[in-house]
Design a protein around this ligand. Sequence first.
Ligand SMILES: Nc1ncnc2c1ncn2[C@@H]1O[C@H](COP(=O)(O)OP(=O)(O)OP(=O)(O)O)[C@@H](O)[C@H]1O
Ligand SMILES: [Mg+2]
Length: 297
Amino acid sequence: MSSAAALAHGSGASSIAPIFQAEGVVKKFGGINAVNEATMQVADGSITALIGPNGAGKTTFFNVITGFYRADGGTATFEGRRVLGRPPYLIARMGMVRTFQITKALARMSVLDNMLLAAPHQPGESLSGVLLRPGASRRREREVASKAEELLEVFNLTKLTDQYAGTLSGGQRKLLELSRALMAEPRFLLLDEPMAGINPTLGRRLLDHMQRLRSEDGVTFLFIEHDMEVVMNHSDRVVVMAQGTVIADGEPHEIRSDQKVIDAYLGGGSPDDGAESSSAATPRSHGEGGRVTERPR
Ligand SMILES: Nc1ncnc2c1ncn2[C@@H]1O[C@H](COP(=O)(O)OP(=O)(O)OP(=O)(O)O)[C@@H](O)[C@H]1O
Ligand SMILES: [Mg+2]
């Protein structure tokens, strides 16, 4: 059954209309098809995990669908609107936001300023907004500030509010990046290994927060994750990539026993085993042999 048919015939979140659809997406780096005709759907309001061995093309797929890399083929739509070919800031403005490595400029700003800057629609940004609607502008500023405080609290960053983002640890930066993404009030949030480098207590808090955002605000998630326990317990759907293409999608229990998925992970073990062995077994080859052809825009 094709992935689209599987979605249509499945149960639960799968029978809900997709918020995101990609078809035949291709991204080449020199001679390598890092993403090779990838086709997938994400059901509206779902928490969908994107898994696959190292080098499967998961991050590259994210980079392409969020506008950081130019696609070499295929189509992708979010809420029925084309995304491929649009720049990242426009895709983010449409409500499809990804977490991404923090930039140098942001590193030289305080944690709080990072948060405030990430909020959209601030009337105080324009002189006319301040002059013509001073009340609205102040109200929005207060809203933004209290949302920032709330998120910093959730992710245990309150004590770092006034620190430069550049002084934060890797895990803290990751949480700041996620908090910033949430300031943008996304409807579709794409997270690239959100749990990596974060201590288990905060990781649990992050997962709880994802569940809450989904149930209270209807946010849809697509998250790349290697930890199969997290995938099995916290996602409604799982999409599996290997060698640039989508080889399976379904509910977590279906994926776990899918022979194609088991084969895709090194050593022929289950994804649980593969999650660990794959990190060690397949070194990243970015830049090897002078093949680096593109950096994210
Ligand atoms: N900027 C780049 N230039 C050249 N090759 C790249 C670039 N980015 C990724 N690749 C290659 O594309 C393939 C897919 O890499 P990608 O990082 O998307 O995999 P991944 O599934 O995210 O892996 P991981 O689980 O290790 O993060 C790999 O062969 C990788 O070396
Ligand atoms: Mg990756």
